[in-house]
Design a protein around this ligand. Structure first.
Ligand code: ZN
Length: 263
């Protein structure tokens, strides 16, 4: 069945307005989530970066601790060696032998000192890394808390909106079926416009232009409408499409009336 007489056209216009209003409500409900899901994803990315840094820090600390341990081990055996050399020194017979052992003791002392310096240097480094690790851990906990807080907020919003979304989608589906049954081409045109135009607005009221008495514009693209076209829109018995943006143009009062009548 296609739209022919004026009463039918008026009914189609009502259906177009109703569909548009329901879609607007659906979009408003959906937009309540805002960019929360994106914020949560961003925070989770940060968390995994910090976790990666933390495990790298732990690995570096482990390596340094193991270096320190082996330096201690090496100093222990150097000290044993020194002890033995000192004992040997007591039993030497020649100056040459004495000199050689003395030199070896000095060298051993030097190595022990050098190792001790290295241990101190490594301990400083490990302390700095532990400090950084502790700070990052605090930061990580804060990030976890922020994610948890945002996820909770999103859950609450979803809980409130799912019900409304389902209700609106059901109404939209029923109304779409009606319009498709009455005028399939009109329905398809509406759907195409709704999907392609900014804000999903396929049917819009015309709006008066300031400082231009009696002149009206499309509220979708703000193109000034010819007086004659506006008069036709006022009749509410013709499907009129904006020449510049392709939206269905509807008398403002008519649009408001129908919108208000939707529960
Ligand atoms: Zn327009």
């Amino acid at each position: 069945m296609t739209t022919t007489d004026t009463t039918q056209i008026r009914e189609r216009l009502v259906e177009l307005i109703q569909l548009q209003v329901l879609y607007d409500r659906l979009n408003a409900v959906r937009s309540r989530q805002g960019d929360l899901p994106q914020q949560i994803d961003d925070l989770k990315d940060k968390i995994s970066t910090v976790q990666h840094t933390l495990s790298e820090l732990s690995e570096q600390i482990r390596q340094i601790e193991s270096e320190i341990r082996s330096l201690h081990v090496s100093n222990d055996s150097l000290r044993d060696h020194e002890q033995k050399l000192r004992k040997k020194l007591e039993a030497v017979r020649t100056n040459q032998e004495y000199f050689e052992i003395e030199t070896e003791i000095k060298e051993t002392r030097l190595t022990i000192e050098k190792n001790l310096q290295d241990i101190r240097r490594l301990q400083h480094r490990a302390d700095a890394l532990r400090q950084k690790h502790a700070e990052d851990e605090t930061h990580l906990n804060e990030l976890h808390e922020r994610v948890a807080e945002k996820e909770k907020r999103l859950e609450i919003i979803k809980l409130h909106t799912t019900e409304q979304e389902v209700y609106l989608l059901e109404k939209i589906e029923a109304l779409s079926q009606e319009l498709r049954k009455h005028d399939a081409r009109l329905f398809q045109l509406f759907e195409r416009r709704r999907r392609s135009l900014r804000g999903g607005k396929a049917a819009v009221p015309v709006i008066p232009i300031e400082r231009q008495e009696g002149r009206y514009a499309c509220s979708g693209c703000y193109t000034l409408l010819p007086r004659q076209l506006h008069l036709e829109i006022l009749q509410r018995n013709k499907i009129i499409i904006c020449e510049s943006c392709g939206r269905f143009l509807i008398d403002e009062e008519f649009y408001t009336e129908v919108a208000k009548s939707i529960p």
